[in-house]
Design a binder for this molecule. Structure first.
Ligand code: 5GP
Length: 120
């Protein structure tokens, strides 16, 4: 499916600094901040700086540098939070069936407690 990126979505506004966020990491490619409604003791969102709704859009129009930079930033955040042990989970929702709430690509990083077999 194709569609326009909504420049008014809440993560775009966070990227532009129009809405505050509790940032824990940022670089040329990505920004990471605490989720406003945490579902685990550690619940961080990592977003690329570019205008993509989902992994489908990102893989279609992101440059190799943008994709590598974002993927590296996700791992950098996990490393900064020292989560290799005891562990963490990454999750990305896309579209209606997955209950994606904010139409800007984001990866949830959960940790800080045993997470069970799956976190919906
Ligand atoms: P989704 O369902 O789209 O994968 O998840 C969106 C996430 O963004 C939710 O976990 C929600 O709590 C979080 N969120 C929504 N609005 C804001 C906001 O203004 N600031 C922050 N830090 N997180 C938000």
């Amino acid at each position: 499916a194709t569609g326009a990126y909504d420049e008014g979505n809440i993560f775009a506004r966070i990227l532009r600094g129009e809405i505050p966020s509790n940032r824990i990491y940022e670089d040329q490619w990505a920004v990471a901040f605490h989720d406003i409604n945490p579902q685990a003791p550690v619940h961080v969102l990592v977003i690329p700086r570019g205008p993509w709704r989902s992994w489908a859009d990102f893989s279609a129009s992101g440059s190799d540098a943008e994709i590598a930079g974002f993927v590296r930033a996700v791992g950098t955040v996990a490393r900064l939070l020292d989560l290799q042990e005891p562990g963490y989970r990454l999750l990305a929702n896309a579209g209606l069936d997955a209950h994606q709430e904010v139409p800007h690509l984001h990866v949830h990083l959960f940790g800080g407690q045993p997470l069970g077999p799956m976190l919906a």
